[in-house]
Design a protein around this ligand. Structure first.
Ligand code: NAD
Length: 350
């Protein structure tokens, strides 16, 4: 029996990636929809075979408590709405998958963790890269020291936004919590933590927004930040809404460079290992099976629900990323290196 999901919010990600991904999932199925638009919901319900009686508007969402087919709720709303819908889902007794960034700040994120714990439901943050085949292989290279010590890493996540994009929720602080950093720079931060299993102990950062551009009246355009990890790994991250699309990740190991030109895309990752081969430099392109990362993510929560296990990317991971993003902004504002207490991670998180 597959685990039934309710999808809350029928925006781009929900309609273009998540609902289609159920077709490749083995353990999850969509059984309910929540939207403010009856027309959109009608079309999606018909397309995915969802009972019209399991379609809710936002005001009626709490009635989901009485729908036994719904075991988990996937919140795919603007960031500033995540807390409310995660808490309402928890109160309805449903497990929760929440889109990234988890919230608009660490206090809200912690409140969401507490609410789910109090309700006895699981809370997972949708860090899809942690379920993506190439990045998973990369994590094994780092942790097993396949190419020796990881000395440096650079991570870029840049996405061009429309010139008239100022009205989009991503440019309103109350709904977004920030600009490029929480939206896409988060991939650089979360992936570096995932690959190493370590927590940064030092952060240096700088940010810029073009003046007089309405898109950047409330949120930032560009952030550059450097993380130092306890192993002395140095990670350089760059995120922006202002330049050409780029999602490049490069890892400098003692004995190899591993290059991923489109590390954070929804699909189509590639990985090249550059190494000395005899007296020459050789390049090997690794080709892996690549299941749909959204389907893998849905199946992970479904498996956790079936087997009563803790998700690999629980709410606490989201809280930690928010604390670190707050430290990045502090570093950028002060121009000073922010030092963080070293955190011993339990084995389960390494
Ligand atoms: P979107 O703007 O396309 O969709 C947002 C949905 O929320 C829309 O259907 C909109 O109608 C609805 N909504 C309800 N109340 C709203 C309000 N007050 N203001 C604006 N919209 C409102 O956004 P999206 O790109 O689908 O992003 C949704 C969430 O998913 C965000 O948290 C985002 O960060 C996350 N996301 C994650 C990924 C990923 O790869 N994991 C990719 C894109 C977006």
């Amino acid at each position: 029996e597959r685990v039934g999901f309710a999808i809350v919010g029928l925006g781009r990600l929900a309609l273009e990636e998540i609902l289609p991904a159920f077709g490749e999932s083995k353990k999850a199925r969509p059984v309910a929809l929540v939207s403010g638009s009856p027309e959109k919901m009608k079309v999606a319900a018909a397309q995915y075979g969802i009972d019209p009686a399991s379609c809710y508007d936002y005001a009626g969402f709490d009635r989901i408590r009485d729908n036994p087919a719904v075991k988990a709720v996937y919140v795919v709303l603007p960031n500033g709405m995540h807390r409310e819908y995660v808490e309402r889902a928890a109160r309805a007794g449903k497990h929760v998958l929440c889109e990234k960034p988890m919230a608009t700040g660490s206090a809200d994120a912690q409140a969401m963790v507490d609410a789910c714990a109090a309700a006895g439901v699981k809370l997972m943050v949708a860090y899809r890269i942690q379920y993506e085949a190439y990045n998973l292989r990369l994590a094994s290279f780092v942790r097993q020291q396949t190419f020796g010590r990881l000395v440096g890493m650079s991570a870029i996540n840049v996405q061009t936004v429309a010139e008239n994009g100022a009205q989009q929720w991503r440019h309103k602080r109350a709904l977004s919590g920030g600009g490029s950093l929480p939206d896409i720079g988060l991939y650089c931060l979360n992936t570096a933590r995932f690959l190493t299993g370590e927590e940064p102990v030092e952060i240096f950062a700088s940010q810029y927004s073009p003046p007089n551009d309405p898109r950047y009246a409330e949120v930032e355009e560009t952030v550059s930040f450097t993380l130092r990890f306890p192993s002395n790994l140095l990670v350089n991250c760059f995120t922006s809404y202002g330049a050409r699309d780029d999602k490049h990740q490069r890892l400098n190991f003692e004995q190899a460079t591993v290059d991923m030109p489109n590390a954070y895309l929804y699909r189509g990752q590639r990985m090249t290992v550059i190494q000395r081969q005899g007296n020459a430099t050789g390049q090997t392109e690794l080709v892996l099976q690549q299941p749909n990362q959204f389907a893998e993510e849905l199946d992970h929560l479904a498996e956790c629900v079936i087997g009563n296990q803790r998700p690999r990317t629980p709410g606490e991971e989201g809280v930690q990323d928010h604390k670190l993003m707050e430290a990045i902004y502090r570093a950028a504002e002060s121009g000073q290196t922010v030092r963080l207490p070293s955190v011993e991670k339990p084995d389960a998180f390494r």
